[in-house]
Design a protein around this ligand. Sequence first.
Ligand code: NAD
Length: 245
Amino acid sequence: MRVGLLGCGNLGRIIVENSKKFGVEIVSLYDKEFSKAVELSKICGKPCKSFEDFIKGEFDFVIEAASAEAVREYGKKILDGRKNLVILSTAALIDEDLLKKLRRKAKEVGKKIYIPSGAIVGLDGLSVLKFFESKIKLITRKNPKALGRNLGLIFKGFVKDAVKKFPRNLNVAATLSLATGKDVEVEVFAENLERNIHEILAKWEFGEIYVRVENVPSKNVKSSHLAALSVLSLLRNLEEEVVVW
Ligand SMILES: NC(=O)c1ccc[n+]([C@@H]2O[C@H](COP(=O)([O-])OP(=O)(O)OC[C@H]3O[C@@H](n4cnc5c(N)ncnc54)[C@H](O)[C@@H]3O)[C@@H](O)[C@H]2O)c1
């Protein structure tokens, strides 16, 4: 599978370094800081100076590992360039208008937008809840270095406000909301931890679901290795004859 990578920072590097293991070929690289694309091209892929150059490349998928702004700026253009799009900066999609526009564009050009599970797990089961009454809560704990706040409970509220306040830290809340169609309740704690911890609690008429993930942060303490690797796993799954969901 031939893929272009938009965003050659921390998660981009993990994606590139592990791509071969998952049978994914990163052929093209773009970052607003050209030097970062050049740096990753030492492992694989051609660095592109401009987005226009990048999108002309011969590949079927773009992995977005850049920022919510990049999703806003390039999302439609990527689909117009006849590429499927895998989005990591899911906080951008809490903007219903943008989501609607991207969905419409994807339909028009016959391409898909994929949302990887990112730094959490269990979306297979949790997505069932989209069609049932349910309550879903996410509790995230990160080091104050990642959150830029003092210790303690630093946010309690719902997903839209959560991603507005922490657009780089709460993609998981956005992903959870997209998967379940629910206004997820969110609590964020800054704690002296070595790991980023996400707990998901869901209640519905057929039971309760509890998911806990402890992620060792990557170089960028806000992001976890699992988030990058979930993209490669998703792409790998698309190639398999037997798909385990
Ligand atoms: N879905 C999830 O569970 C999850 C988990 C962790 C991180 N993320 C998100 O993934 C993204 C990447 O994370 P990271 O840790 O690699 O960040 P990073 O800051 O280390 O790297 C981002 C790279 O993208 C580039 N970039 C940013 N905006 C751009 C634009 N408009 N055009 C071109 N290049 C641009 C930057 O120059 C940088 O090199 C972030 O938005 C982060 O919030 C999602």
